[in-house]
Design a protein. Sequence first.
Length: 318
Amino acid sequence: MKPRGQETVAAHRIAKGYLWIAPFLTIPVGRLRDVLGPEALVCGYVVFVAVFAVAVWKVGTAKTTAGLVRERPTFLPGLLLLAGPLALLLGASVTGEPTASRPGDYVLNTTAILVGSLVLVGGFVALSVRLWDAGQRLLPALGLAGLMSGAAVWMVNLIFRYAVVASGAAGLQAEAENQAWVAHEYLRGLTGTPSWMDLLLAWTDMLQLAFVVLAYLAAAALGRALVGAGWLGRFGGSVFVGLNLALVFALITGAILAGYGSAVGAWTAFVLSIPFMVFVLPYFLGAALVTGGAAERMPEIDSLAASTMGANVARGAK
């Protein structure tokens, strides 16, 4: 029979591991509707949320040399950064690519993106407040200002999607969205005389592009502030900041090249401006904030290490 300390450490490690792989598990959960029906999807949602809640509880109630994990200032912001992407993925994995040709799925997809975006922005706001209290002022302020500006125009995009369905214009969008609603087409310039729907779709999609760029920049600013506060390791923080800045550079460069007719540039801008892309790095940042803390060791781990050392010493004495 395993000692209680070993069981506690094992459960804690399993919970931490689950939080790191949870986004990948949303995909099979979302496919349950098409494979087994809507009832199976609901059951899948319930099981997924329950397991996620247990994992968060197990990680949060772990004792460290500095107190409970959930008492760390980064725990709540990190939890919100985890929940936002998962909310988006649980809805988007059901519907696949959003299209007005399936109005029901279109509304579900939009709702998942809306909920996920609000929770994600809430996580960044909470993180900015904690960083402000820790003495990091300039970068969180700049990052939050950019993020809120981007979120405002992003809300216009999402409200437009609801309006398309509510006004009965879903059919009109379905006819135009294959060109006017995908960046790899309209960034190179559409041919012919655009309809009013073409113009609206391209305009709202450009709002999405603006949000994505500002969100990448905001994440980079907050990541650098986390390093300055000592809440994120220098190497990991540098990677996080560098990746976000690289994504901004690649997206803007791709959009500029698309204006000169480059198909590669247009596709690069298209892929990097997909809303899901904004959620990927923040999710893993949230996982690091919730499960991290190398300096805050669990007493159970310390006691196990001491026991192992004592056993080795005893064997050496023999």
